[in-house]
Design a protein around this ligand. Sequence first.
Ligand SMILES: [Zn+2]
Length: 157
Amino acid sequence: MDLRCPKCNSTDLKKVSLAYQQGLYRTDARTGLSAALVGGNGPDLIVGRATTHASHQSALSKQLSPPAKWSYLKVVSWSVLAFLCVGWLVFYVNTVTTNSSSVLSSPLTAFGLISGAAFVLQLFLVWRHNHSAYQERFADWDHSFICQRCGAVSQHG
Ligand SMILES: [Zn+2]
C-alpha cells in the first residue's frame, strides 16, 4: 500500500470511514436520544432529529459523513402530511364551489388518483436511490482517504 496525498504528496493518509467514526464518538448520547424520539414517527420529530444531528457534528466529521440512505419513514410521513393538508383544501374548495357534499366528486377523485400515483413514484425513487446511487456513493466513500497533513480527501483502490 503506497498511498500518497495528491495535493501535498504526504503518505500520512487515514481512511475516511475511520476518521468519521473517531469524529463522532463524542456524540453517541445524542444518537440514543434521537433514536428514542424517532419512535414518535411524526415529521416534526424527524426534522428535529436532523437539526440536532447537523448542529452537533463537527465540521470535519460532517465533511466525512457517509452517504445517507433515503428514509422510507420520512417520505411516508411527509406524504401523509401533504396529503391531509392538500386533501383538506381540495375538499373545502370543492364543497364551497360546488355546494356538494358528495365525497366522490370529480376533483376529489382526481386528487386521490394523483396522490396515489405521486406516493408510489416517491417510494420508487427512494428504492432506486437506495439500490443504485447510494451503493455507488458508499463504495466511493469507503475508498476515500483523508490526508492528515493537509486535509485533502482523495480516493484510492
Ligand atoms: Zn495532503
